[in-house]
Design a protein around this ligand. Sequence first.
Ligand code: GDP
Ligand code: MG
Length: 597
Amino acid sequence: MQNRIRNFSIIAHIDHGKSTLADRLLQETGALAEREMREQFLDKMDLEREKGITIKLQPVRLEYIARDGETYILNLIDTPGHVDFSYEVSRSLAACEGALLVVDASQGIEAQTLANVYMAMDLNLEIIGVINKIDLPGAEPEIVKQEMENVLGIDRDEIIPISAKLGIGVEDVLEAIVARIPPPRGDENAELKALIFDSYFDAYKGAISYIRVDSGKLKKGDIIRMMSTGKEFELTEIGVLNPFMNQVESLKAGEVGYLAAAMKNVADTKVGDTITNAGRPAPRALEGYKEVKPVVFCGLYPLENSEFEKLRDALEKLKLNDASLLYEPESSDALGFGFRCGFLGLLHMEIVRERLEREYDLTLLATAPSVIYRILLTDGSEVFVQNPSHWPDAQRIEMVMEPFVKASIMVPNDYIGAVMELCQEKRGSFVNMEYLTPQRVMISYNLPLAEILFDFFDGLKSRTKGYASLDYEIKGYEASDLIKLDILLNGEPVDALSSIVHKEKSYQRGRALVEKLRKIIPRQMYEVAIQASIGNRVIARESVKAMRKDVLAKCYGGDITRKKKLLEKQKEGKKRMKQIGRIEIPRDAFMSVMDIE
Ligand code: GDP
Ligand code: MG
């Protein structure tokens, strides 16, 4: 039985055709009848569809009758395609023996792909090179083959050219999976060890875990134990996804499936954790488990203070589904009561915010994102600060440290200068440069994480006409000359607008920020003075002049419906405003701290 199982993933840079190929594999193996075929079956969440990215993974079990006449079970374990979720990628890969590396024939290898391939190589997976989109007029499969051989050591003669869109070469891919990826090996009579590579929350069944059984077996009614926490649960359901949930009697070593055990929270079923049998526990967990920690924080506040409890409920519900989301109540002088939330990265942050607004009908204010700063104080103690308004007084600070990353950027030769210039501006220090082919290089820099979070990506895209790709990993803390920049409105500091900036950039940022705020704060009944300050020193100042006329003056004596309409329009506008003291600020102002060059 094990001999006929193949567990594999697809690694691809965004848009290189992972979802299209996955759909095609489902179709060719008959897992989806033609009429059930909805484009991009694997990308479940609406937001994912919209953004065209894969965040959550769903495993699918395919049955394939190979040319040798045997029926094989192919478990396709999809991986998220974004750097924020690289830990989830590593756990999905750990559940496989092989991976398809899909590269667009007109684009070549990208930085993100490379990071994932290295991960797969570290895990000793068999890698099958696939060149997709050979139907495109701009396809250059020979050049891409050369690149894959040079950079990754993949034998060019073993690379499979395909068009996932047209279905060309898809059968060759299926045959290669059967022939080249080794079957799982694991003793089904040994103690149970199953890797959780994803989980989600189901309103009826509780938290569902997607698992790969490494050794032993499980069946309904077993008492399982989570090895990282020691928590125990009774299995209420186990099954496979082919592609819809289908209950089975048991899951054995080498198999992939799902389980439900009346777990109330996805935090009970942590990605990367090992499940064992409580009655006959394994002595050691599978390797590689780590607790994922948020790296980006921001404050989320309801626009209406009365919606605080509603926001708390919504966060609680989201958290059921997303164990990596952190939140705790905080208050701001300017914004009232809200939550400080921690995320895996900016995309994760954006997704959570959008889901809160869409699915829970909230209108939120988000403060500028921040990393976690490490500060040594003059009294010898150390604090971690992820909210600028908790920044200690300058006299108490001995040294400030911030997280740094090693960034790898892949780019055509013509843009080397542009990329280096950008990295330099973002306080980067050059590490090295490698030629991938005579036309393309990989440039590595050490950069502060905060700089990458702000507008690095957009800058990179525009300066390289979209040709560059970026990947990064967090390296650790390094000392930096950082200070707190405050914003004052009519002389009052607005805590939610404070940010942490590098000393050398503080004047420039302060100026840019007050100018930006002047443009986005509408005229009010009074003049509004906007100041940027460091410590008690004002470094930039602008003002918004007072409004001259009442909106209603225009229709003095006019008809009542017109008046009503105007008032309603004004109310609509107000919805997006936050009252701070006597001043109304558009809700987007708080985020604006981040998108300033
Ligand atoms: P993913 O981001 O890797 O999942 O990529 P998708 O599967 O969503 O594909 C990105 C885009 O490329 C879509 O517009 C697809 O229709 C298109 N695409 C995928 N495969 C092919 C192919 O073989 N040929 C052509 N011409 N387009 C393709
Ligand atoms: Mg996709």
